[in-house]
Write a protein that binds this ligand. Structure first.
Ligand SMILES: Cc1cc2nc3c(=O)[nH]c(=O)nc-3n(C[C@H](O)[C@H](O)[C@H](O)COP(=O)(O)O)c2cc1C
Length: 263
């Protein structure tokens, strides 16, 4: 396996970081590398906020050595157009958001890979969207219009003594990879997926690794019922559980930012 594949295969989510600082030159390497990701018309419709202040990180949701907040952002492009005397138009609000998000996540994932290649671990989090999203705009001084904090990437050196992750669970067969044409899964293939999720060595979602001790038949029973809060169709649990809306404001903020039209 070559070094690039080894780096990609060794990517892991780390939730406990040591006190060790990321040297400035390594952070610069990560930032300079991540902007090399492909971007529609080479516009780079994102801004990356580098957060160093632990109290700000904590208020956002998680701490590490550094936090990179990747925002879909058209302001730089619009301001530059205005500067040159052009009227920038946001006619295609939703498609601008989709394309901008694609630019943004490609840069974010490239940052995670670049960091890993330098021995630095990471945690992606969408905690930005939990609860009051205005807090993120205020904390980071984000532009209200045409800017949306999409994903945060926490970087740092892992505290190996606290690491819980033991494996890398990912599906890579039917239902994920479709050769030639899209193939809707048949019942037997779905059953195989349910069993694949149960395999101990797969260790799918490290956060809920203890599902087996809680008396659930399958990992996915635990996942859908406890993690997602879904109800069973037979109605057995109907009164017990309600889906929690952890992200009540995303749509409202996208409208406010100009990426969605009000219905
Ligand atoms: C969009 C996105 C949001 C995520 N949000 C969180 C989060 O809020 N908290 C967390 O602990 N992990 C979060 N993760 C990390 C995933 O839980 C993690 O990638 C998954 O459990 C697989 O673990 P692995 O990366 O070690 O293979 C997020 C990952 C992505 C891509």
């Amino acid at each position: 396996m070559n070094e690039t594949l080894k780096t990609i295969e060794s990517l892991r989510t780390v939730r406990s970081f040591s006190e060790r600082d990321i040297p400035d030159e390594k952070l610069s390497r990560i930032l300079n590398s991540c902007v090399k990701a492909a971007s529609a018309s080479a516009r780079q419709t994102y801004s990356i906020i580098v957060v160093d202040d632990k109290s700000v990180m904590k208020e956002i949701g998680y701490t590490g050595n550094k936090m990179l907040v990747f925002c879909v952002d058209y302001n730089r492009i619009a301001d530059t157009a205005e500067f040159l005397g052009y009227q920038f138009s946001y006619q295609e609000a939703v498609s601008d958001f989709v394309t901008g998000s694609t630019d943004t996540v490609l840069a974010a994932q490239t940052a995670a890979i670049a960091a890993k290649s330098l021995g630095i671990d990471s945690l992606f989090t969408n905690c930005l969207h939990r609860g009051n999203i205005d807090r993120i705009y205020k904390l980071l001084n984000l532009a209200e219009k045409y800017c949306f904090p999409l994903i945060a990437l926490i970087l740092g050196y892992a505290d190996e003594s606290k690491l819980k992750t033991t494996g890398k669970g990912r599906l890579s067969g039917p239902g994920v990879i479709h050769y030639g044409k899209y193939h809707r899964l048949k019942e037997e293939e779905i059953n195989n997926i349910v069993l694949e999720y149960d395999a101990v060595e797969k260790h799918y979602l490290s956060l809920i690794a203890g599902w087996r001790d809680k008396g659930y038949g399958h990992y996915l029973d635990y996942f859908y019922e406890v993690w997602c809060g879904f109800l069973k169709r037979d109605g057995e649990n109907e009164t017990k559980r309600k889906i929690q809306d952890q992200y009540p404001e995303v749509e409202k903020v996208l409208v406010k930012a100009g990426f969605l039209r009000e219905m």
